[in-house]
Write a protein that binds this ligand. Structure first.
Ligand code: GLY
Length: 338
């Protein structure tokens, strides 16, 4: 299982150098191809994406093949090995977007190993953008995706049984300015990890075209039927081939509230660097949430057409993986506001 706690080890194994917060922003202009992705699972995902990019392939293929690695791994938060909802079912959300604003998405999808590939089929083979639940599963089966067993992975079963002992799930209504909304306070484990996140990946290929993907099992032990930001174009992911691409991780409810990834891209359009745009989006969430912001984590990563990259998060603990020809594949610690 590839956990965030391993990211320092990855560096020491020579799989990547480690860069501190101060060097989050990219320096060189017109750097391409390039791929970046959230969390330390991004190192392995970037490797798969890089195979496509270095041979002159499309960013779209790279971002699909990249996150498929994470979907297939035993990961707490992505793919069928992930933690289930509170009723014991793993439900998956994913989306993908290309340089022509084509996009596809699936949500509340069960028993399908690669939701990102189903999202791509929705984009390429249907007149729609989004399919959910049993309809998405039916479409996947019709497209030849095998229906996987519904059994939880050993690790997810153990985590679920532990979670059931207390059923710790804390809907609170304490947000200034949004008193009628419910905030799900995610569980922060003793080792500092959060009980949910996502892999989001954005890339620019040698031709200068951008694409992105985002895939998750959502918040661990969530209410059945809950969707976060990850399958929502504009929230969990946004690509504008004239400007840049952005993706999000963390508490999806609060990313949705500000159309986070779209906001980051629009801020880049106004001239902000990827890092500055991500920071402004994070600050907007903090402003909305007030004191409750300290109980959540949200992170954004972005690239622009010059191949500059950056990321920002609410609080310490978020990192992302960056891969391009000269500097290879390395982790960057996201800067944080609180
Ligand atoms: N960002 C993933 C989720 O909230 O579901």
């Amino acid at each position: 299982m590839l956990h965030r706690r391993r990211f320092l080890q990855l560096g020491s194994l020579g799989l990547g150098a480690f860069s501190f917060a101060g060097s989050t922003a990219g320096k060189a202009a017109a750097r391409k191809p390039i791929v970046i992705s959230t969390w330390d699972a991004g190192i392995e995902a970037n490797k798969a994406a890089w195979k496509v990019l270095r041979s002159g392939g499309r960013a779209l293929d790279a971002v699909e093949q990249g996150v498929m690695i994470t979907e297939a791994s035993q990961n707490c938060c992505v793919g069928l090995g992930a933690n289930p909802d509170r009723d014991g079912y793993v439900t998956l959300d994913s989306c993908i977007m290309d340089e022509k604003a084509n996009c596809g998405s699936v949500a509340f999808l069960e028993r399908i190993k690669h939701p990102v590939s189903v999202a791509r089929r929705v984009m390429e083979k249907t007149p729609h953008v989004m399919l959910v639940g049993s309809g998405a599963q039916q479409f996947a089966i019709e497209e030849g995706f095998p229906l996987e067993p519904s059994k939880l992975s050993e690790e997810a079963e153990r985590d679920y049984q532990n979670w059931l002992k207390k059923s710790e799930y804390k809907p609170v209504i304490n947000i200034e300015n949004t008193k009628k909304q419910t905030a799900f306070v995610p569980i922060k484990y003793d080792n500092g990890e959060w009980n949910h996140d996502t892999i989001g990946m954005v890339a620019m290929d040698a031709a200068g075209n951008l694409s992105g993907s985002c895939t998750t099992s959502g918040m661990g032990f969530k209410m059945r039927g809950r969707l976060g930001d990850s399958p929502i174009i504009g929230a969990g992911l946004f690509v504008d081939n004239e400007v840049g691409a952005a993706t999000a991780t963390g508490q999806g409810e609060d990313v949705i509230r500000i159309c986070g990834s779209h906001l980051v891209v629009e801020l880049m359009r106004q001239g902000l660097s990827p890092e500055a745009a991500c920071k402004k989006a994070v600050e907007r969430i903090i402003k909305i949430k007030g004191d409750a912001a300290k109980d959540i984590q949200v992170g954004f990563i972005a690239i622009n057409k010059q191949g500059e990259y950056g990321g920002y998060c609410i609080q310490k603990g978020f990192n992302f993986a960056v891969c391009y020809a000269d500097d290879k594949n390395f982790m960057v610690e996201g800067r944080f506001v609180l």
